[in-house]
Every structure is written in C-alpha cells, then in structure tokens.
Design a protein around this ligand. Structure first.
Ligand code: NAI
Ligand code: PYR
Length: 377
C-alpha cells in the first residue's frame, strides 16, 4: 500500500505523523511511504533522515494526499478537505463530535476515517490518546504556572508557595490520563491539589497512587462549584470517548473565581468542559481573559513539544497503521476489536455512535458493515 504523510498545517503543529523509524517499519512490510518535504522538520527529522530510512520525499501536500492511506497527527483543516476522495483511508486524530463540517466532508466524500482517539481496548483505555494525554496533562501545569505570573496576566502566585506562604490551589476536573499527569506535576511542584471524577474506583486508585497527598472528590455540580471558587489554577480533563465534552464548569462558577486565576481546558479538543470557553485558542495566541480569569484552550498542546510528542505518538500509532496497510481496513478491523472502534466514517456512513448522535446522522454499527450484511439506516 502507498502511505502518504503530509506536513501538518494547524497553527504551530510541529508534530509529524511518521518518524523515520515508522518508515522503516512500513517498508519492512512491503509498503511504500511518501513524505511531504519538510513534514518532519518541526520534530527534528530532516528529509534526508526520511530518505535514508527508505521514504520518497514529495514536493507537495497534494502528492502526499494522493496515497492510499494518509497518516497525520491533527484533524484536517478546511484547506485540506479538497484532498478527500472516495476510499481514501485517513488515519489521524479527528475529534469529530465538535466538528460538524469536517464530519460532513468525510461523509460526503466517502473517506474511510479512522480516529486515533476512539481506538479502545477491552479495558476501556484509549492507547492512541494516552501518550498525548500524558504530555498534555504534564504541560497543563507548566502552562498554568506561567500564566499565573503577573506579567502573563495572572494573579502572581507561585504554585508551590514558599515557607510561610500557602501553595496555590490546583483543581483538576477529570481523573483519567490527563488528570493523573496534571496532579502528578502539580503535587511535584508543591501545589495543593484537588481532583474530581465521577468514577469512584478511579478516585480510590488515585488516592492510593498519590498516598493521600491528592485530595479526591466525587464530581458533581455542588463539589465542582465549591472547589472551582477557590482554584488558582483549574484544569479541564474530562472525556466521554468520542462524544462532545460535558460542560461541567458553568459561567457562574467561573465568575466566582478570583481575578488572575487561570483555566487550562485540555478537553477543548472534544469541545471543551468550561462554559466560558467559547473558542479554540492557538499556540501563537493561547489565552484570552473573561470575567478576570485567564482562559487557555489550545487543542494541540503536545505540538509545542513536538520531538517528544511525535516519537511518543508514533510509537503507538504505527503498529495499528501497519495492520491496516497489511490487511486492508476491513479485515484489520474484523481481527482487531480495538481498531474497529477507531472507525468513525466509512462509505458515507457514520459508524461511531457518539459522533452520529452529535450531528444527527443515522448510526450504522460497524459490525454489520464489516461483515457486509445489509445495512438499514
Ligand atoms: N488539548 C490537547 O492538546 C489535548 C487534549 N486531550 C484531551 O484531554 C481529554 C482527557 O483525556 P484523557 O485524560 O486521556 O481521558 P481519560 O478517558 O483517560 O479520562 C477522562 C476522565 O474523565 C472522567 N469523567 C467523565 N465524565 C466526568 C465528569 N462528569 N466529571 C468528572 N470526571 C469525568 C472519566 O471518568 C475519566 O476518568 C480528552 O478530551 C482528550 O482528547 C488529550 C491530549 C491533548
Ligand atoms: C489528542 C490530540 O488531539 C492531540 O494530541 O493534539
């Protein structure tokens, strides 16, 4: 199969969908890889690194997109929709629930759209989201620490405090991979950290993991309101896989925060979990102030630490990519239930329930599709 890797076009997205190690892996299985010139430069990989690994460097995005399967990092932007065509396999982060236009473009053009973030193991974990959630969770605290500085619009609070001065209050809503990594960093810096989740077992696990240093609370609107009010730094880290993020922090709650407090809504890629976050921000303009509170809502946080992130991401995406290339997407999905859950759009149908519900499409279950039984919509 011919695999294409275009250069990312999102603001300050420096990651690349395949490293030279990935090229060699695909070649070892008899496939061919076309890399758009410069695609790896933001992650520290030169065209020469790719040619030495066996890839062909192509001069335009159009050529990379002409491959049988396109491997990317971020969801395509409108200027890339023109490359969509029937039967193209697109393997990347998609986050379709908050993206009606992208969903429509994939459906209308009958693209086979496989989303990294919905590939899910039987134990519920999301192996292709996990490494980027680890990165973003850790980054959320260093970003929050920066914007708490007075010169960056914050209230002038040091996360760890100093002897004789109380540490900052960090509140994390959602205790999955992002939440646990945020808690780990914040505790490491000496902050006072409270984490809320709806999953009592997860709270037990985190309580154990952090040996009582982390305050855990059941997530409900009462507890969220009480904790948000005293937060110097609030991190949004909830996820319902594939679905739009629930808006758990209301405008009233944000108004109750002290001026100069900071919100980092990591869940913005699924639409955001804070009511006052009304736009996605970018690495070049990462924040805006509303009700005196600094809001950060960058949907590709790991793009800022592209070298670490590109390697961590491709470590987990390439093995599934090879299965798709070796077997074809239908057979690969039939043989691998986790991969089947990554299928979001196929042959003009939405095959991921939460995405179909988000945009009012008929939901066509994957199973009937893969076994070629009659599909009733
Ligand atoms: N902005 C960015 O650059 C990045 C964003 N993300 C996003 O961060 C979000 C979180 O990802 P993960 O931690 O990997 O997900 P996860 O699935 O590991 O954790 C989500 C947690 O949210 C909890 N949750 C669900 N509903 C809740 C509620 N009402 N109240 C409190 N907790 C609730 C779940 O129980 C779970 O523990 C996702 O939207 C993900 O796509 C991840 C990486 C980068
Ligand atoms: C998860 C995601 O969307 C990202 O790493 O950019």
């Amino acid at each position: 199969m011919m695999i294409g890797v275009p250069k990312e076009v999102k603001n300050n997205e420096n990651r690349v969908g395949m490293t030279p190690a990935g090229v060699t892996a695909f070649l070892n299985h008899g496939h061919e890889v076309w890399i758009e010139t410069g695609a790896g430069s933001g992650s520290g990989f030169t065209d020469q690194d790719y040619t030495e690994a066996g890839a062909k460097i192509v001069s335009s995005a159009k050529m990379a997109w002409s491959a049988d399967m396109v491997i990317k990092v971020k969801e395509p932007l409108p200027e890339e929709y023109g490359y969509f065509r029937e039967g193209l396999i697109l393997y990347t982060y998609l986050h379709l629930a908050p993206e009606p236009e992208l969903t429509k473009a994939l459906v209308d053009n009958k693209v086979v759209a496989i989303a990294y973030e919905t590939i899910q193991l039987d134990n519920g974990t999301l192996p292709l989201l996990m490494p980027m959630s680890e990165v973003a969770g850790r980054m959320s605290i260093q970003i929050g620490a920066q914007f708490l500085e007075k010169s960056r619009g914050g209230k002038g609070v040091l996360l760890g405090g100093v002897p004789g001065v109380a540490p900052a209050e960090v509140v994390v809503v959602g205790g999955g991979i992002v939440g646990a990594n945020a808690a780990k960093m914040a505790l490491g810096l000496g902050a006072s950290v409270t984490l809320l989740d709806i999953n009592a077992d997860r709270l037990r696990q985190l309580d154990d993991q952090f040996q009582g240093r982390l305050k855990t609370l059941m997530s409900n609107s009462y507890n969220i309101a009480v904790t948000v009010k005293k937060a110097d730094l609030l991190v949004g880290a909830v996820l319902i896989p594939g679905a739009r993020a629930p808006r758990l922090v209301t405008e009233e709650m944000v108004k109750s925060m002290q001026p100069g407090s900071v919100i980092v809504d990591v869940a913005i890629d699924q639409g955001g979990s804070i009511e006052t976050i009304d736009r996605i921000t970018t690495h070049s303009e990462p924040t805006y102030v509303k009700h005196g509170v600094v809001h950060y809502a960058v949907a590709n946080m790991p793009g800022a630490v592209a070298r670490t992130s590109a390697i961590a991401l491709t470590n987990v995406t390439i093995p599934y990519g090879i299965q798709i290339a070796n077997k074809g997407y239908k057979q690969a999905a039939l043989e691998n239930k986790a991969l089947a859950k990554g299928m979001n759009v196929m042959d003009g149908k939405v095959v991921y329930k939460a995405v179909a519900e988000a945009h009012g499409y008929a939901y066509v279950p994957m199973d009937s599709f893969l076994t070629n039984q009659d599909v009733h919509v």
